[in-house]
Design a protein. Structure first.
Ligand code: KMH
Ligand code: ZN
Length: 277
C-alpha cells in the first residue's frame, strides 16, 4: 500500500558556529541580522529555525541572554515559527555552557549523538555520558530532542539510549551528511541511514555543501524532511553565493513543488513532530 506522505517540514539553520562573513557576507551575527535571516527563511516556507547565536563580532556563544534576545526578536517577526536552539554550540565549549538555551524552555533542541572529527585538529566531543546528561536535562523540561547524527554509529547510540529510557519515542533524527569527519553525503549513505532508523521515527536531512540540494530532493521523494541554511551550505548553485537563507528555502520549496509535496506550516510541523505547544 502506498504510504501517505506528511507535508514537508523545512528547517533553516541560519548561521551555525563555523561559517563566517568571510565565507558569505550574508551570514548573520547581530540580533538584527538573525531576525532578518530568520524572517526571510520563514517567509519562504521554513517552519523551524535551528538557531546558533554569536556576539556582534561573530564569536559563537551559548550565552542564555544572547539566545533570549534573539528568540524574543525572532518571535516578533515570525510569531508561530518553531525555534530550535543548538546545544552543540561550537567545538571546545563545556557541556554546561552548551546547555544554557534549555533554560529558556524551547519546544525543541538538538541532541548530538556522538563524537566526531570536525576538520583539522578539531574534535566535536559528545561522550556517552554527555549525551545522557543532555537527554536528561531535555526530559526534565519536556523539550523534544532533534537527534543529530553525523554517522551510522550515532543512530545506534540513540537507539541504545532509547532502550535505556533516556530518549523517548517517536524519535526525530537529523541526518547531517557530508561533514568532514562524518558520513558522506552520497545517495547510497542516505539510504543506509534512513533505513537504519525506526519505522515510527521521523527524520530531517541536512546535506553539507554540494550535497544540500541533492539530499533535499531525496528526502522530498522519500517522505522525509529537509534542513538548509548557511550552517550547512552557503551556495545557491555551483559557484554562486546564496543571497540569504530565504533563497535556500525557496529552492527547496521549488523542488518540493516539482514532486507535489506540500510545505508544512509551523502548526502542522508541531503536529507531525508531536510537539506539545
Ligand atoms: N557547531 C557544531 C560543533 C548542533 O547544532 O547541535 C555543532 C553543531 C550541532 O552545530
Ligand atoms: Zn547547529
Amino acid at each position: 500500500m502506498e504510504k501517505i506522505m506528511e507535508k514537508l517540514i523545512i528547517t533553516a539553520a541560519i548561521s551555525g558556529a563555523e561559517v563566517t562573513k568571510e565565507h558569505n557576507p550574508a551570514v548573520p551575527y547581530t540580533i538584527e541580522e538573525c531576525v532578518n535571516e530568520a524572517g526571510l527563511a520563514y517567509d519562504a516556507g521554513a517552519g523551524i529555525i535551528h538557531l546558533h547565536v554569536r556576539e556582534d563580532d561573530g564569536m559563537p556563544t551559548q550565552d542564555k541572554g544572547r539566545f533570549k534576545a534573539a528568540i524574543d526578536a525572532i518571535k516578533i517577526r515570525c510569531p508561530d515559527v518553531i525555534i530550535q536552539p543548538s546545544t552543540g554550540g561550537a567545538v571546545g565549549m563545556s557541556n554546561d555552557e552548551r546547555l544554557q538555551p534549555l533554560e529558556l524552555n524551547p519546544e525543541m533542541a538538538t541532541l548530538d549523538c556522538g563524537t566526531l572529527n570536525f576538520g583539522g585538529d578539531e574534535i566535536f566531543e559528545n561522550t556517552e555520558n554527555t549525551i545522557k546528561y543532555f537527554a536528561e536535562r531535555m526530559n526534565e523540561k519536556g523539550i523534544k530532542p532533534e537527534l543529530e547524527v553525523f554517522d551510522k554509529s550515532m543512530i545506534d547510540m540513540a537507539l541504545r539510549l532509547h532502550k535505556q529510557g533516556y530518549i523517548q519515542s517517536p524519535m526525530h533524527f537529523e541526518l547531517v551528511m557530508g561533514v568532514n569527519g562524518g558520513i558522506s553525503g552520497t545517495l547510497r549513505d542516505f539510504i543506509f541511514l534512513r533505513n537504519s532508523i525506526p519505522a515510527d521515527a521521523t527524520y530531517t536531512v541536512a546535506g553539507v555543501g554540494r550535497f544540500e540540494f541533492e539530499l533535499a530532493a531525496a528526502a522530498i521523494i522519500d517522505g522525509g524532511h529537509v534542513r538548509v541554511g548557511f550552517e550547512d551550505n552557503i551556495m545557491i548553485s555551483k559557484g554562486i553565493l546564496a543571497k540569504s537563507n530565504g533563497e535556500l528555502v525557496e529552492k527547496v520549496v521549488r523542488l518540493a513543488g516539482e514532486f507535489s509535496r506540500e510545505i508544512a506550516t509551523p502548526g502542522e510541523a508541531r503536529k507531525i513532530l508531536g510537539l506539545k505547544k
